[in-house]
Write a protein that binds this ligand. Structure first.
Ligand SMILES: NC(=O)c1ccc[n+]([C@@H]2O[C@H](COP(=O)([O-])OP(=O)(O)OC[C@H]3O[C@@H](n4cnc5c(N)ncnc54)[C@H](O)[C@@H]3O)[C@@H](O)[C@H]2O)c1
Length: 251
């Protein structure tokens, strides 16, 4: 399948984990990919690997999605090197686990800033360009933690619940311009983020008791849903969240 031949795809947080697998998936289907994210050298390295694998050039931009000036800088790179964005994969995010009673105010601001505000800033900047083109697709990164509560993840869960309603709201506002907006809501996916110290979500016991399919997922299993939602196969889907969790929150 090469559903994205010459489509311009911007992926935030594409240096590793789900974003990296998604960049690889879009490049494999013919897209012109730009990876934006923190840790410029890792972004460069990932882009180089994906580019060599698929015989294409993957563009890069070192930036922090929670900083408006960085997002503006990213849009300048987009304008100069791609001339626009057909697909935004708004993926960058951080996780954080601490009991509610112990969360410092600055940590709350940081997590909401990187996850929720970051999604807002990037989606708004890209949508303004998509509106001029009267076409485009935005896929945001939510989580099962944005749909059901889980103890000790208050700012993360609040940020992801915010992204869900951000998705639905801007889907309504952008539909008249032919722009679709959806999100994916993964459960337990194996990435550097999910292996964070203190995160028990991948223990054998947890998997046995919480995930009906009896396993965690690979990042590629989220990348394929990103690609589906970005493709014409999903041409009548907007304002939707697709849960990718092996049945974890089905009951
Ligand atoms: N891994 C899971 O089980 C899981 C489940 C549900 C949702 N998610 C979401 O998927 C997304 C990707 O997670 P992952 O598991 O691949 O994690 P990861 O840590 O492997 O990758 C996250 C990427 O985002 C980048 N990033 C983080 N904050 C950023 C910022 N402020 N500006 C720019 N780049 C930033 C990181 O540098 C990294 O490259 C996150 O939004 C996460 O909340 C992950």
């Amino acid at each position: 399948m090469r559903r994205f031949e010459d489509k311009r795809v911007l992926i935030t947080g594409g240096a590793r984990g789900i974003g990296q697998a998604t960049a690889d998936r879009f490049a494999s289907e013919g897209a012109r990919v730009l990876i934006a994210g923190r840790l410029g050298d890792v972004v460069e390295q990932t882009a180089g690997e994906i580019g060599r694998k698929h015989g294409t050039q993957v563009l890069t931009c070192a930036m922090d999605v929670s900083m408006k000036a960085d997002v503006e800088g990213m849009m300048t790179v987009v304008g100069e090197h791609m001339g626009g964005v057909d697909v935004l994969i708004n993926n960058a995010g951080v996780c954080y686990t601490t009991p509610f009673l112990d969360i410092p105010e600055e940590t709350w601001d940081q997590i909401i800033g990187m996850n929720l505000k970051g999604h807002f800033l990037v989606a708004q900047a890209v949508a303004r360009e998509m509106v001029k083109a009267r076409s485009g697709v935005i896929v945001n990164m939510c989580s099962t933690n944005g749909l059901v509560g889980e103890a000790n993840y208050a700012p993360y869960n609040a940020s992801k619940a915010g992204i869900l309603l951000l998705t639905k709201t801007i889907a309504l506002e952008l539909a008249p311009y032919g722009i679709r907006v959806n999100c994916v809501s993964p459960g337990a996916i194996v990435t550097p983020l999910s292996a964070a110290p203190g995160d028990e979500s991948l223990s054998d016991e947890y998997i046995r008791t919480h995930i009906p399919l009896g396993r965690t997922a690979q990042a590629e299993e989220v990348a394929s849903v990103f690609a589906f939602l970005a493709s014409d196969d999903a041409s009548f889907i907007t304002g939707e969240s697709i849960v990718i969790d092996g049945g974890q929150i089905a009951s």
